[in-house]
Design a protein around this ligand. Structure first.
Ligand code: C2O
Ligand code: CU
Ligand code: CU
Length: 427
């Protein structure tokens, strides 16, 4: 993989300055099979230091690509990444401390799909680019000239960067796609810096078959799904008896972002699946350790001064915190024993935040004090936190040492850069 600068036309006729991975903007979709080890060479030519984190992968800390695995400008990082987990949709993005928001927004992000024997033989649509489509959703701001922009301010630090224009796989929405007759599978990533997306279909429901960490135990029919930044869901849409449909973003109405037009071709002939995976209900009684995390937006920092002090990044990362401590590269916040089952309880006292943990998939026990929606009851590495406690049941099976600790953080990237992040070892 080569990280570098590029120019990209998002569809408005203007060339924007972007960053990309093997492309002018964004990165490739990498497909891997469980059991493989991927010998990556990640070269950095962006003109600044960076990192690439494999979000969702169950891998040791030293190859996780977090803020400790910096790749100098002109340098190469060569981790051997073992693919041990089940079929799932994962992604990779910059995790450069203080600059994750800016670099990811500018285009340092891609998708990593894992297949396993079960997913490859499952009775599901899997004609890649035909009835099996990978959809990366982002919101972007454009100047009158049509150029993409990213500007930090005190307000942007608080809310995270949110923009008016939805972009689907690098093209300004709505994007149209022809699909064959039958079921169509969408593997969706919310790669926005900060925006939660509530998605629905123009006609009919979404049938959710997989979340961040793999297949649900059975398909869940949903009127809409709420996706935080960093979350992935796989859904099926039935295009058997309908000529057109659209994936909508809800909020002040329903805005179509992806229109599907059925062609005469016969696609996947199977029916909606029922049973998908063997997933036992989570067993909180197995937990031997409980940890609590309080996300804090306001630790008295002057956000106006901070926004002015640096060039569109968060230079000292001291403005937000978890448990009273802004992220520090040289402080380990938690030490976890490998193989222990733990409950992590996360709380916050203001807005809705998406909490993410590296190196694992977990199960949500409660989300903002309530039972999570059925589509969020499978394997996850993201949980929403608003009122009340969000609780997850988690176990770490790989090592992360003091030199290469794992991160937990808010996935509103401006919050993460401002210090709403902590580090932990697993030994
Ligand atoms: Cu998607 Cu720590 O990141
Ligand atoms: Cu991650
Ligand atoms: Cu946050």
């Amino acid at each position: 993989l080569t990280l570098g600068p590029g120019t990209h036309d998002f569809g408005n006729g203007a060339l924007s300055q972007t960053l990309g991975i093997n492309h002018n903007s964004l990165g490739p979709i990498i497909r891997a099979k469980q059991g493989q080890t991927i010998p990556f060479d990640v070269s950095n030519n962006i003109g600044d230091v960076s990192t690439i984190h494999w979000h969702g992968l169950h891998i040791p800390g030293e190859v996780d690509g977090g803020p400790h695995q910096e790749i100098a400008d002109g340098g190469v990082w060569s981790p051997d990444v073992p693919i041990v987990q089940h079929a799932s949709m994962n992604w990779f993005h910059s995790h450069m401390h203080g600059k994750t928001a800016q670099q990811t927004y500018n285009g340092l992000a891609g998708v990593l799909l894992i297949e396993d024997d079960t997913s490859l033989s499952a009775d599901l649509p899997k004609t890649y680019g035909g009835d099996d489509l990978t959809i990366v959703l982002q919101d972007k701001a454009f100047e009158n000239s049509g150029q993409m922009t990213y500007t930090l301010s005190a307000e942007v630090f608080e809310d995270g960067f949110q923009a008016d224009t939805m972009v689907v796989n690098g093209a300004i929405a709505p994007v149209s796609q022809n699909v064959p007759t039958g079921l169509v599978r969408l593997r969706i990533l919310n790669a926005c810096n900060a925006r939660f997306l509530e998605l629905s279909m123009q006609t009919g429901t979404l049938t959710v078959i997989a979340s961040d960490g793999g297949f649900l135990s059975s398909a869940v029919e949903a009127e809409s799904i709420l996706m935080s930044p960093g979350e992935r869901y796989e859904v099926l849409i039935d295009m058997t008896n309908i000529e057109t449909n659209a994936l909508n973003v809800l909020g002040g109405g329903a805005t179509p972002i992806l229109t599907l037009s059925r062609t005469a071709d016969q696609g996947f002939t199977g029916s909606m699946p029922n049973k998908l995976a063997n997933l036992e209900p989570p067993r909180p009684q197995d937990a031997t350790v409980t940890r609590s995390f309080e996300l804090q937006m306001d630790v008295g920092a002057d956000l106006v001064a901070l926004a002015m002090a640096w060039e569109n990044f968060c230079g000292n990362a001291n403005a937000m915190a978890i448990n009273g401590q802004p992220m520090k590269m040289d402080r380990i916040d938690e030490t976890v024993r490998k193989g222990d089952t733990e409950i992590w309880r996360i709380s916050v006292d203001d807005m809705l935040h998406p909490f993410h943990i590296h190196g694992c998939s977990f199960r949500i026990l409660s989300q903002s004090g309530a039972e999570p929606p059925a589509y969020a009851q499978g394997w996850k590495d993201m949980v929403h936190v608003e009122d009340g406690w969000s609780e997850v049941l988690v176990r770490f099976d790989y090592e992360a040492t003091e030199d290469a600790p794992y991160m937990y953080h808010c996935h509103i990237l401006e919050h993460e850069d401002c210090g709403m992040m902590g580090q932990f070892t697993v030994t």
